[in-house]
Design a protein around this ligand. Sequence first.
Ligand SMILES: Nc1ncnc2c1ncn2[C@@H]1O[C@H](COP(=O)(O)OP(=O)(O)OP(=O)(O)O)[C@@H](O)[C@H]1O
Ligand SMILES: [Mg+2]
Length: 478
Amino acid sequence: MTFALGALVLSASMGALSYFTTRHFLVGERESTAVHDAVVNAIFVSQNLAAQTTDIVQILTTADKITPNSNSHSLLEERGSVWYERTFSVTQNEIPASLRSLVLSRGTPGSQTYTFDGRTQIAVGIPIKSVQGAYFEIFDVSQLGHTLRVLALALFGAGVVTTVLGAALGRWASGRSLRPLAGVSRAAVAISGGDLGTRLVSAAGDPDLAALTSSFNRMVDQLQERIEREARFTSDVSHELRSPLTTLAASLEVLEAQAGSLSATGRRALELLSADVRRFQRMVGDLLEISRSDSGAAEVSLEEVDPGELVRHAVAAAQRSLPPGAPAPPVVEVDPAVAGTHLWVDKRRFERVMSNLLENASLYGGGATAVRVTPGRIDGGDGRSVLVSVEDAGPGLAPGERTKVFERFYRGHTAFQRGAGTGTGLGLALVAEHVRLHGGHVWAEESESGGAKFTIELPGQLAETDDDHELAQGGAAP
Ligand SMILES: Nc1ncnc2c1ncn2[C@@H]1O[C@H](COP(=O)(O)OP(=O)(O)OP(=O)(O)O)[C@@H](O)[C@H]1O
Ligand SMILES: [Mg+2]
């Protein structure tokens, strides 16, 4: 816009300047030619009038032929009478009144350019003292007006072209200068999405851009280093805490075996201590797992599995880890449309995901009411994701909590109800981490019964059908 506006202002001012200068010059030149012609003719008329050889009309007609190049007409005004040249097509009324009074009354020669009936004309008046009258010559300079109109049109066209070119140049230049910024924005999005390995590639031959690229890359280097240092710290701390905790747990088991010999208060204290040590052990285990995945050290061993089988196995395994007395998870419902889709999954991590979701459903939602496996999005030509959802009919999650529950150490309002257990708020953060390692994602919403519904989307692959095999083999056969 600025380029176009600049081009418009520049071309308009240059155009106006050229037009008015040219006009001034052309009109001035035409006027002086007219005055020169008129003076020559006036002298001729004056001399012939003095000689009084022929009649006035004849003198005027001959006078006009002395300067044949000019398209003009002459007339003589003398004591109230007017004589015209023979082929005269204008009247003395066409001469501006101011010029007539100047020449006739004050006896001063003069000229004037004016427009009459759409035509541009120049009138020149010269007093002739001998007859106490005046000689007038009217020049038709419409051709000059036409030339000026053509010039104005050409300048206007040039202005439009310049403005359009300015706009095109501006668009090209801004696109070119903003292109590197698009790269920076893409890199920033990738980094904020967790891809800390993203760096900008420096474009050769652009020192401004090279400075931006190197400072951006340095910033990401430092950010990555800091994140990795913090992840290593958490991982080291959890690691260091594990051995004393194992010793503590083993010692507690010895004490529990002899709990009978303790007093009631001692037994109560022992129970509290073992519950907390177990909780502590679990938290340290979870932290260790999360920090491994943060520092990029998580090992994922993927196996090709059938989604229905996978979920059934994981639910059965999770059931064994549920607290005693917890309601049994429902039968897994597998949508037939999922058949033929294969998943690449780390079974241990997936079992952990299902056990965390089912444990939450049992602690905060009165037990899971449905576990479903359904087809998800078609992704490209040969990919179809699979959705695994766990629903309950409990109090559910407030809309504002649905993304927060995946944050580390976040415990929702349901965590503080009676009998809800003593979680640490790491369960769902770990679920999100495990799912992310599989290239999938997880979200929470409201179930049909008003409780909570957690859904995991895992990228899958459509298995080749037997038909495909036959086709492929048939095609390859000679
Ligand atoms: N099915 C559910 N219904 C209602 N609230 C839930 C449900 N699942 C999770 N929440 C809420 O989300 C919070 C976070 O869950 P998360 O599993 O991450 O932590 P936790 O269960 O409190 O602790 P942890 O699982 O680490 O022992 C819980 O404290 C609870 O308030
Ligand atoms: Mg939990």
